[in-house]
Design a binder for this molecule. Structure first.
Ligand code: ADP
Length: 211
């Protein structure tokens, strides 16, 4: 980030973790800090009009705890992020893109290679599935999330995470992947994520810039 010219690919930080691990919470906080732009794929899906074909598809898959097919997901994501660039909400030349919920499997990661340069993958790890399920049930009541309300769907979402999303960690193997204990208090999780960000060359260059 030595100048303010547009990078070829978005400089990206991924937040990865099982449902309930706190991806959305951390993404939202990070996104409220200048020079970080947060996009949660689940929020993009939830904002769709459920009368549209894609909106229907989302309800159909998410209510079973399954992933929406890759091609439509990545296409929807591309349209959404392009809109954010065009409207200057996200400024790729000076902002980090913080993605949560996408890519959600290796195929999506491959499809997105040409769009994003993944600088870090923060793996919010919490092996205690009982704790995660507790958080999801709490969220279901507060945020009206139909996919978190049913025990069988919650278990299916964990299974989908293990089978499809976790292999992403091997795809991006190396020092890019930062394991973070997601059972800690949210402020401590944020602290660990920021510590990881601050080791980045791109961060050090951004820090020197007067914007
Ligand atoms: P959580 O934060 O609990 O993991 P999300 O809000 O990210 O859940 O996603 C809710 C649902 O939306 C998923 O279970 C899935 O059906 C759908 N979805 C979200 N992101 C993707 C994606 N990248 N690919 C396919 N389906 C997705």
């Amino acid at each position: 980030m030595s100048d303010t010219s547009k990078p070829e690919r978005f400089r990206t930080l991924l937040i990865l973790g099982a449902p309930g691990s706190g991806k959305g919470t951390q993404g939202k906080v990070l996104g409220s800090i200048p020079r970080f732009h947060h996009l949660a794929c689940g929020d993009v899906f939830r904002s769709l009009d459920t009368r549209t074909t894609l909106g229907q598809k989302f309800v159909q898959y998410s209510s079973r705890g399954e992933l929406v097919p890759d091609d439509v997901t990545v296409e929807l994501w591309r349209e959404n992020i392009q809109h954010r660039v065009d409207s200057h909400m996200f400024k790729p030349e000076i902002d980090f893109l913080v993605l949560d919920g996408i890519p959600r499997n290796v195929e999506q990661a491959k499809l997105m290679e040409k769009d994003i340069e993944v600088l870090k993958v923060f793996h919010l790890s919490c092996p205690d599935r009982t704790e995660l399920a507790r958080r999801l049930r709490k969220r279901a009541l507060k945020d009206n999330r139909f996919d978190d309300a049913n025990e069988a769907v919650i278990q299916q979402r964990f299974a989908t995470y293990e089978a499809e999303t976790k292999p992403i960690l091997d795809y991006y193997a190396g020092d890019r992947v930062v394991p973070i204990d997601a059972s800690q208090a949210p402020a401590k999780v944020l602290y660990d994520i920021l510590a990881g960000v601050m080791t980045l060359e791109a961060w050090k260059e951004l820090e020197k810039m007067k914007i």
